[in-house]
Design a protein around this ligand. Sequence first.
Ligand code: NAD
Ligand code: DAU
Length: 361
Amino acid sequence: MRTYLVTGGAGFIGSNYIHYMFGKYGDSIRIINVDALTYAGNLENLKDIEDRDNYVFIKADITDKDAIAAVFEQYDIDRVVHFAAESHVDRSIKDPEVFVRTNVLGTAVMLNSAKASWELPDGTFKPDKKFLHVSTDEVYGSLPEDDSAFFYETSPYDPHSPYSASKASSDMLVKSYMDTYKFPANITNCSNNYGPYQFPEKLIPLIINNALQGKKLPVYGDGKNVRDWLFVEDHAKAIDMVQEKGRLFETYNIGGHNEKQNIEIINIILETLQEELPDGDERKAYINKDLITYVEDRKGHDRRYAIAPDKIKSEIGWEPETMFKDGIRRTIKWFFMHEDWMKNVTSGDYQKYYEDMYSNR
Ligand code: NAD
Ligand code: DAU
């Protein structure tokens, strides 16, 4: 039975990936989920799978060398899928240090522990061991506004936020392990994800949550920054395909030519909410464009991201399957059906974060 070590599996993409993998492979794989359960990690995301015999949760910090070494000692790990990170750009602007610690030092610890466990006395590695580092398109910086330029795997790194700088550093560490030790790894750089279980500090769930409560919808700057949106299940599938069909030591960009301005996204959410709420629901009266509020721009706000997914398509045969209009409807319905989830994650610390972050905007 192949054993996966997933880091950050209690977060947004990690939990969707674990669901995807059990849906695809059932009892033929085992998943060890290592997560520190920061504000962004939520075991409720994995409630439906927590009793499986082939699933283990370990609460540990990826910067804790001894704890991570112990996981590799206890389990014969075949695949590492490394999601754990501090992931929110706005938080990185306020408090960069934890981003360096988790994203850079944490990745170094993961690499070192996997290397120590997988390396043979002659410096080669045990067969069929693979490490996949989950990264972001933000490492490539910002594209011009016209839609003729894209991020390719060969695009130069040009990170602007402390978050993207820390992810770029972690990518470089992975590259250095591949170059120096022939460490068996891949890097994936993906565009913006959306879907179930996304923490409501990110644009799409924040707008859905605020609109449902009749709160202001904060738009940074002129609302015309462009992001390239991908349904999270499509990302999960791509990660699995890269790990099983990709060439080792390669980087693959993941995205689906679904560029939209932030203001377009907000308008689509408002329209879809109106369509999905039942007749007579009192929230229909206040969910409209009057909630949109332009606020102070994000510092160093990248203007446009857009992935060229040519390599993953031609080499591996991956293409996104979910159209945005369907994915956003599924996401909104999921949030309708999980109002308790939203209440739980927005209580306490997040409430304080929200007040701090938006009080001057
Ligand atoms: P998230 O913030 O929802 O989840 C991060 C998870 O990592 C949480 O469960 C958290 O508890 C855990 N974690 C944080 N610090 C840890 C530590 N020190 N030790 C152990 N666990 C820790 O993030 P996400 O949006 O699911 O992103 C997952 C990965 O995908 C990240 O590496 C991110 O850079 C990358 N990525 C995200 C997107 C996106 O749109 N969200 C796009 C491309 C790439
Ligand atoms: O591109 C991949 C990246 O996408 C990931 O690496 C990051 O982990 C993930 O957080 C995401 O980063 P962004 O900064 O693009 O996502 P966010 O949801 O924070 O913002 C999306 C856009 O919406 C961005 O242009 C800023 C804008 N925005 C965001 C928020 C939270 C607003 O206008 N208002 C808001 O309240």
